[in-house]
Design a protein around this ligand. Structure first.
Ligand SMILES: Nc1ncnc2c1ncn2[C@@H]1O[C@H](COP(=O)(O)OP(=O)(O)OP(=O)(O)O)[C@@H](O)[C@H]1O
Ligand SMILES: C[C@@](O)(CCOP(=O)(O)OP(=O)(O)O)CC(=O)O
Length: 409
């Protein structure tokens, strides 16, 4: 006879930083050398989904990521989060005898990302936020989002910012134990609903230098990062919070682009240098500056209509207000053409006359190589993690009744 099963399934969003986290002062606890700030993107488009189950039936702990087993004991990031959540549950059980002793049961975890893993699309952020949130739901822990963020941080730094929706700051903190290094919401997604993001996926394969290692090399070898930490980021954080609260797109855009450039400059200052952006990324940067100038010349009251940012990879994330998103994409479709048999732009309809008007004021040449993008994701600002089920539900769970992972769809 099968014994009682406790299970939870949740989803969590990715976040894309507009002020980047790059550098650790403590590599075990993922304590950063600077604060950072990000925008949470909609889970309707990109998300991690995770099911966690405990039961006296299960013989060992197991975790499957995108259908493939990961050995938990060999992955410090996973053990950090899982051990801490178990310990929290155990303390609760010790203080309340009426609670079932589920912290002693083995765990089966199944997690799927609906987008490429380890390709610079913040999979570790969504992944560890989802793991933390799903375990908290399973174990019924009474922790708020700020407390959860300190635990998710020990899995992957950027994950602490995916526990809330909207605009989220990760305050670096000062304490050695990391208890004050957590994420705080700056504004909800409803505060600035016009904000949209367009992700131009240039490459969706696993990157050569992981963020974890890349930032450690930068801290160890780059003199420039000291300037970034001490003088650039503190002011950018203050100015960015004001820009968001005032819904001031010009300031938001300029700080975002400058910070992306500052981050890639410290990567280039690393020895040997790290280059995440490629020729297509740089062509996008030039096109965005040219586009902004053309719009201003055509009488736009804004200095910037669109902003770019690049994480540890060549993919561009463009932030743009809803009123401008279609025109920006229309111009991109002309400058980065798709071959006749490539339908990447097909789902969009552009006002070709308005696209021509902007292009006439621009000097960026058409990119010679066709099919620059593997995929285009147009999305909006989103909410924090969602609970899909607090018990086993066959339709929602990623695990079969016998505890094995379901086949990937
Ligand atoms: N759903 C998940 N559950 C648990 N761990 C995950 C999940 N998704 C990703 N990870 C972990 O995160 C690692 C990828 O992190 P990495 O920082 O290299 O790439 P990324 O997060 O996609 O890119 P970046 O952080 O630079 O934007 C994976 O190899 C895996 O260990
Ligand atoms: C460029 C970034 O995306 C780097 C993210 O680094 P990670 O959070 O993936 O690093 P670890 O803490 O080692 O897991 C910038 C950012 O998201 O702030």
């Amino acid at each position: 006879m099968s014994l009682k099963v406790y299970e939870a399934t949740c989803t969590a969003p990715i976040n894309i930083a507009v002020i980047k986290y790059w550098g650790k002062r403590d590599t075990k606890l993922n304590l950063p050398t600077n604060s950072s700030l990000s925008v949470t993107l909609s889970q309707d488009d990109l998300h991690t989904k995770t099911t966690c189950r405990v039961s006296p039936d299960l013989k060992d702990d197991h975790l499957w990521l995108n259908g493939k087993e990961e050995i938990i004991a060999q992955n410090k990031r996973l053990t950090n989060v899982i051990n801490e959540m178990r310990a929290q549950r155990k303390r609760m059980e010790e203080n309340d005898n009426s609670l079932p002793k589920i912290s002693d049961y083995n765990l089966h975890i199944c997690s799927n990302n609906n987008f490429p893993t380890a390709a610079g699309l913040a999979s570790s952020a969504a992944g560890f936020a989802c793991l933390t949130y799903t375990l908290a739901t399973l174990y019924q822990l009474q922790l708020d989002n700020v407390q959860l963020s300190t635990i998710a941080r020990t899995g992957s730094g950027s994950a602490c910012r995916s526990l809330q929706g909207g605009y989220v700051a990760w305050e670096m903190g000062e304490k050695e134990d990391g208890s004050d290094s957590h994420a705080i919401q700056v504004a909800t997604r409803e505060h600035w609903p016009e904000m949209q993001a367009i992700i131009l996926v240039v490459n969706d394969t696993k990157k050569k230098t992981s963020s974890t290692l890349g930032m450690q090399h930068t801290v160890a070898t780059s003199p420039l990062i000291q300037h970034r930490i001490k003088h650039v980021v503190p002011k950018a954080m203050e100015d960015m919070k004001k820009a968001i609260l005032n819904k001031d797109f010009d300031s938001f855009a300029e700080i975002t682009m400058r910070d992306s450039n500052s981050f890639h400059a410290v990567c280039a200052d690393t020895f040997p240098p790290i280059y995440y952006m490629n020729d297509i990324s740089r062509a996008i940067v030039n096109a965005v500056h040219d586009y902004n100038a053309a719009k201003a010349a055509l009488g736009s009251a804004q200095k910037y209509t669109v902003a770019y940012t690049f994480d540890a990879g060549p993919n561009a994330v463009l932030y743009v207000e809803k009123k401008d998103a279609n025109n920006v994409l229309g111009v991109i479709s002309r400058l980065f053409p798709a071959a006749a048999d490539n339908n990447i732009y097909e789902r969009f309809t552009f006002n070709e006359k308005e696209v021509d008007e902007v292009l006439a004021k621009m000097s960026t040449p058409v990119y010679q190589q066709m099919n620059a993008f593997k995929r285009i994701i147009d999305t909006k600002v989103g909410d924090g993690p969602r609970i899909l089920a607090k018990e086993f539900n066959e339709n929602v769970s990623l695990l079969k009744a016998n505890g094995e992972p379901k086949e990937l769809l």
